[in-house]
Every structure is written in structure tokens, then in C-alpha cells.
Design a protein around this ligand. Structure first.
Ligand code: SF4
Length: 319
């Protein structure tokens, strides 16, 4: 998969992360990872909900206050509830996110934070329970399948790999199923994602298989919605070594008629080395891909598990 084949993948981003001077103090939080590495594959759509709401630059700092389930936005120095003003600023933006395949958010912001945002009680002390920022909550409600991540967490190679995997999966799902809904397209799509789902969750793999087997009895849109919910729930977290190793052996089993025994044994050894943490995922995947090129069927070659995103990102070298 080359960058030109998959472009453009549109990803929303907190505007301060691309260097726009929109923070409360007129500064920014420019992200090297986003601008130097990910920008080669993603076209960013920056947005600052606080500026869109007219709070101005500079502006007083803000925080969440009250019930953690439904907090209010206030100035940190004290004010009335500013939530309605913030919401009015981003409300029109939400329906325009239909072409996005992911969103990268700034941490610790009462508007943009993804999680762990403090919510203060009336007595000035923070509650035990944390919240997401108010803009992020609204995005999650409006687009529940959209992959979201905080920029800081993308420095973790496992979380980075998982977010990028979800973005490319969302892009494929959107083009192949959501925008062209039919049972045929759904089944075609899933036939390419079986091993990817298996690596993340064997129970989800079986559950989705059962669901699709009786899907023709249900209304199409209901089946698609249920499928998408199960797919993105299954891949919401990084797959474990055990899940990858089992999946690699399944794929190897699929090749057993065509790959000679001694070669199969070599591959099993590399998979075991990966399972023990002695080599990264790229080692067994590269070996398998090599043999699949020679001996594999169209079905196995089409598996997104083998090519979930561009190789140049080198994501499987670090997990
Ligand atoms: S509201 Fe969001 S985009 Fe705007 S400065 Fe704060 S974190 Fe950045």
C-alpha cells in the first residue's frame, strides 16, 4: 500500500497541535510526530472549539466543574456555565466530520481532552471521577466509530500502531461499506478482515462470523451498524502477542498444502520467538508475506492483517 494509493485520509486534529497559536496564552503545542511523520499519510483538518466559540486569544484558563457525568465548563477563576457557548461554537462542525477517519486530540484540555480530565467540585477540590473534554464527548456521541487518540499517547508504539490501524480500517470501511451499503460489500469487506479481528479477539472473530451467517434475515442497515460496532470494539485496543502468534499460525495452517515442511518449521520458530518477545512483529509477518507471495491464494493475499497500513510507517518494527 503506498501513500498515493490511500490518500487522502482526512484526520481531525486539535488546532494547537499543528502549530496554530490558539491556546489560552496565544501559544501552540505543535506536534512533531503529527507534522513530520503522520502528515505524509494523513491530511489534517485542524479545529479549535474554544476559538470557534468566540472565547478569544488570549483568554482565561477553563476547567470542568460539577457532576462528572455532565460537567459544566467554567473559567478557572470562577464564572457562570460556559458550556452552552462552547457547544454553540462546535455544533455546526459535527455533521461536517462525515469524511474524517480519525481525530487526534490535545491532552488535559477541558474541551479537547480524551480522558482523565479533572472535574472540580463546588468546594474547589477535584472529584475522583474524571471526564472527557466537552468537545470530545460530543464527537464521541455523534461519531461513535471514529478512532480518537490523544497526541501524547501516540508516543507509545503500541498505541500509535493501534490508532493508525483503526484509522486505515475506518477509511476502508467508510469507502467499501458505509458509502456502498450491500450484503455483498459487507461480506467482501469482512472476508479481508477476518485475521485482523482474530489477532485482536478470537471471541469477536467467532461472534462476528455467527452474526454475518444469519445476517440476511435482518434489515441491511441494522446488520451493517452491528457489524461496524463489533469490528471497531474488537480492534479498539492493541492486539496481544498471544493473539498475533495464534493468528500467524492459523495463516501458516492455511498454507500447509503448499509450503514444504522444513520451511513451515522455520516460520513456526520465528513465530515462537515473537511470542516470547525476542523479535518484533515485523519478523514473522515479513517471512509469512514472502511465502504467501509465492504460494498463497487470492483470499489469503487480500488479508488486511498482512498489510493494514503502509509499510513505510514501520509500525510493526516496534511492537
Ligand atoms: S481548545 Fe483544543 S484546539 Fe483549542 S487550544 Fe485548547 S486544546 Fe488546543
Amino acid at each position: 500500500m503506498s501513500a498515493s494509493q490511500i490518500n487522502p485520509i482526512l484526520v481531525g486534529i486539535s488546532a494547537c497541535l499543528v502549530g496554530q497559536p490558539v491556546r489560552y496564552n496565544g501559544g501552540h503545542s505543535q506536534s512533531k510526530l503529527c507534522l513530520q511523520t503522520l502528515a505524509e499519510y494523513f491530511q489534517f483538518k485542524p479545529f479549535c472549539p474554544e476559538v470557534a466559540a468566540g472565547f478569544g486569544i488570549p483568554r482565561p484558563t477553563m476547567r470542568l466543574v460539577g457532576d462528572p457525568e455532565s460537567p459544566q465548563l467554567q473559567f478557572s477563576e470562577g464564572s457562570g456555565d460556559l458550556s452552552a457557548k462552547l457547544i454553540a461554537g462546535f455544533q455546526g462542525q459535527l455533521p461536517q466530520m462525515a469524511d474524517l477517519d480519525g481525530y487526534i486530540l490535545m491532552k488535559n484540555s477541558p474541551s479537547c481532552g480524551l480522558e482523565r480530565i479533572k472535574v472540580y467540585r463546588e468546594n474547589g477540590y477535584p472529584s475522583e471521577q474524571k471526564s472527557a473534554g466537552l468537545f470530545t464527548k460530543a464527537v464521541q456521541q455523534h461519531w461513535p466509530l471514529l478512532p480518537l487518540e490523544e497526541e501524547g499517547r501516540l508516543n507509545d508504539p503500541y498505541l500509535r500502531e493501534n490508532f493508525i490501524l483503526r484509522v486505515f480500517t475506518h477509511n476502508d470501511y467508510r469507502h467499501q461499506v458505509r458509502n456502498r451499503p450491500s450484503y455483498h460489500n459487507l461480506l467482501q469487506f469482512h472476508s479481508r478482515y477476518k485475521y485482523l479481528v482474530m489477532a485482536h479477539s478470537y471471541s469477536a472473530y467467532r461472534d462476528i462470523g455467527r452474526m454475518l451467517a444469519k445476517g440476511h434475515d435482518e434489515p441491511l442497515q441494522q446488520v451493517i451498524d452491528e457489524y461496524a460496532q463489533k469490528l471497531f470494539a474488537a480492534i479498539a485496543k492493541p492486539a496481544r502477542r498471544k493473539g498475533h502468534a495464534n493468528t500467524l499460525l492459523h495463516i501458516l495452517g492455511y498454507l500447509k498444502q503448499s509450503v514444504p515442511g522444513p520451511l513451515r518449521q522455520d516460520i513456526v520458530e520465528v513465530v515462537d520467538n515473537y511470542r516470547r518477545g525476542q523479535v518484533p512483529l515485523v519478523a514473522p509477518i515479513t517471512l509469512l508475506r514472502h511465502h504467501i507471495e509465492q504460494y498463497g491464494s487470492d483470499y489469503i493475499r487480500s488479508q488486511r492483517y498482512l498489510h493494514p497500513y503502509p509499510d513505510n510507517l514501520a509500525l510493526r518494527n516496534q511492537v
